[in-house]
Write a protein that binds this ligand. Structure first.
Ligand SMILES: Cc1cc2nc3c(=O)[nH]c(=O)nc-3n(C[C@H](O)[C@H](O)[C@H](O)COP(=O)(O)O)c2cc1C
Length: 192
């Protein structure tokens, strides 16, 4: 007999979801401190993108996991940029940026473009890339997919800035597995 047969709302138990009775689960963490927050937030797997911009003819780039799509109408995405990152001011000044979704072979790229204090001049020299057709912002050739964006809103987010952009260009996606970040390490999706 299903919930529908019985005329009652469907519950998590009907769907086969594991339900722990209230009070019998694992103890909640005590105080919210930065270390606990990092460990908890790190259990949320993300893809990895490289956000690039072009300012006065120079390409800038940074590894980012805090990226998400936001809206279909209009087409909006966002990413969070740490205020002390050198990329932060460059992308806000430029007002245009591109997003390259990293494939599973691109761990070296992700590590390099996350290295604090790396030389800005020529930081993309060893990574195959091309200018985005709409914005001119660099796009990585190996990207699984790429977007070109124009900043439409900038919100304060504590030690980060939330940068919202309208999508003005989209590439055809390429086949391949994504690079995943989970628990402080790079991972790949298991196949099969
Ligand atoms: C996996 C991973 C994800 C990251 N995601 C972000 C992010 O979403 N936003 C951000 O501002 N920095 C992020 N960072 C850190 C920046 O990549 C890094 O601080 C920046 O490249 C340092 O460059 P700078 O020396 O020019 O400031 C991430 C780093 C790693 C390793």
């Amino acid at each position: 007999m299903t919930a529908a047969d019985e005329g009652r709302p469907v519950t998590a138990a009907d769907e086969g979801t594991k339900v722990t009775p209230a009070g019998q689960g694992r103890p909640a963490a005590a105080a919210a401190d930065p270390g606990a927050f990092r460990r908890a937030a790190g259990r949320f797997p993300t893809g990895i993108v490289v956000v690039c911009t072009s300012l006065l003819g120079t390409g800038h780039a940074m590894t980012v996991s805090a990226f998400t799509s936001v809206s279909l109408d209009p087409l909006l995405v966002l990413f969070c940029a740490e205020k002390i990152a050198r990329f932060h001011d460059a992308v806000l000044d430029a007002g245009i940026w591109s997003v390259s979704v990293l494939d599973e072979e691109s761990e070296k790229t992700a590590r390099w473009l996350a290295t604090r204090g790396r030389p800005l001049d020529g930081q993309l020299d060893l990574i195959a890339h091309h200018p985005g057709p709409v914005t001119g912002s660099p796009i990585l050739d190996a990207a699984l997919a790429s977007l070109e964006c124009r900043t439409t809103a900038v919100h304060d987010g504590g030690d980060h800035t939330i940068v919202v952009g309208e999508v003005v260009g989209v590439s055809e996606p390429q086949d391949g597995g994504p690079l995943v970040y989970f628990g402080g390490g790079y991972r790949r999706l298991a196949t099969g």
